[in-house]
Design a protein around this ligand. Structure first.
Ligand code: KG4
Ligand code: ZN
Length: 344
């Protein structure tokens, strides 16, 4: 397999990102540059991502981010072998900006285009960072997704469960909002929770008694809201205790589901090494990380958490997913269509 240099473009949410990744003849990846411009400031006043503003910011910055990625890598655009861009799922305005830019570059430079599924990019990142062999289990917990995916090979995925309402990161963000902790909520909830008593409130663990592997967080969020309203006006200690009790509830939910997913993996692949890979911004949460480490230790599985900059949205994961598909001879045509919804 000849080495290949791939440009990856990510614009499906509120990160404008581009990266250059080289895949060598042994299938190992090297990140040559990974430039991410977060739009946190643009959206801060609105308490969440505003799709139209996101798309406009991608238009404004993407060209510069791509140029910077090439500069930092020391690789001119003309030397890349293929151009990969997230083509969905995500906020369609932003996806169109990235995909259209990729098409324009592919046409102008006469290089192949690769339309990448954003979830596939998250799913394959652990092969870039840790060279993880197939099959493995991925838990994706971000602002937009909460799901288990069995990763059997490139393009060969099986979703084992998803959220029936909010994503886990979204639940953190909503709880932060109703505790007036600002956006994004995850890091703020985690920080405040350190000073809190996680036993003070027993919040519900929705769906947990059911065998299905799905998540549900909206009932938990409502319970948090009702508790906050009952105690209003909230003292600092109340806020910390609510945050800690909420975080403990979600850690228990995630741990229980992961235990179940590992059991299913073991029965599907007897005797196979078990690996649980975590992706998405919530992977940064240490309470959840500790709970997952305990579950994996108990199940005899290895927990893999790539560096957090690669767990959250970035261009390197898109470039790498492109590299894996390019190595299999996949090229997409310029007619490739963006898909706001695109399950794996
Ligand atoms: O993967 P990501 O950067 O963006 C996408 O949603 O694609 O994930 C962002 C989400 C936000 O909802 C944020 O609140 C959450 O990840 N998050 C956290 C933490 N850091 C980020 N949630 C819990 N604890 C954290 N330390
Ligand atoms: Zn993502």
């Amino acid at each position: 397999q000849a080495p290949a240099t791939i440009l990856g473009i990510e614009t499906s949410c509120d990160e404008t990102a581009a990266a250059l990744v080289v895949r060598d003849e042994f299938g190992r990846g090297t990140i040559r540059s990974n430039v991410v411009r977060s739009q946190l400031d643009e959206h801060a006043a609105f308490g969440g991502v505003v799709p139209e503003l996101a798309a406009r910011a991608h238009v404004t910055y993407l060209d510069h981010i791509i140029a910077q990625a090439c500069r930092e890598a020391g690789i001119p655009l003309a030397q890349v072998d293929a151009i990969a861009a997230t083509a969905g799922p995500g906020l369609i305005g932003g996806v169109l900006v990235g995909l259209t830019t990729a098409k324009a570059l592919a046409a102008a430079l006469d290089k192949p285009l690769l339309g990448i599924n954003h979830l596939e990019a998250h799913a394959l990142t652990a092969r870039l960072t840790d060279g993880v062999p197939f099959p493995y289990l991925m838990l994706l917990v971000s602002g937009g997704h909460s799901q288990f995916v069995l990763v059997r090979g490139v393009g060969d995925y099986e979703r084992w469960g998803t959220t029936i309402d909010d994503a886990l990161g979204e639940a953190f963000d909503k709880v932060a909002k109703l505790l007036s902790l600002g956006h994004p909520g995850g890091p703020a909830v985690e920080r405040i929770a350190k000073a809190g008593d996680s036993h003070r409130f027993k919040f519900p663990r929705p769906l947990l008694r059911e065998a299905r592997m799905d998540f549900s967080f909206s009932g938990l969020k409502t319970a948090v809201r009702l508790q906050a309203e009952a105690l209003a006006p909230l003292a600092d200690q109340d806020v910390a205790d609510i945050a800690a009790s909420f975080q403990t509830a979600v850690a228990e939910i995630v741990a229980t589901r992961s235990r179940q997913a590992l059991e299913q993996f073991a029965s599907r692949f007897p005797g196979q090494d078990m690996r649980l890979v975590v992706a998405g911004g919530v992977a940064a949460n240490q309470t959840i990380g500790t709970a997952l480490r305990a579950v994996c230790a108990e199940a005899g599985a290895t927990l893999i958490v790539p560096p957090i900059a690669l767990c959250t949205d970035n261009g390197a994961m898109v470039a790498w997913a492109g590299a894996e598909r390019f190595a299999l001879g996949v090229h997409d045509g310029l007619e490739f269509v963006a898909r706001p919804r695109w399950p794996l």
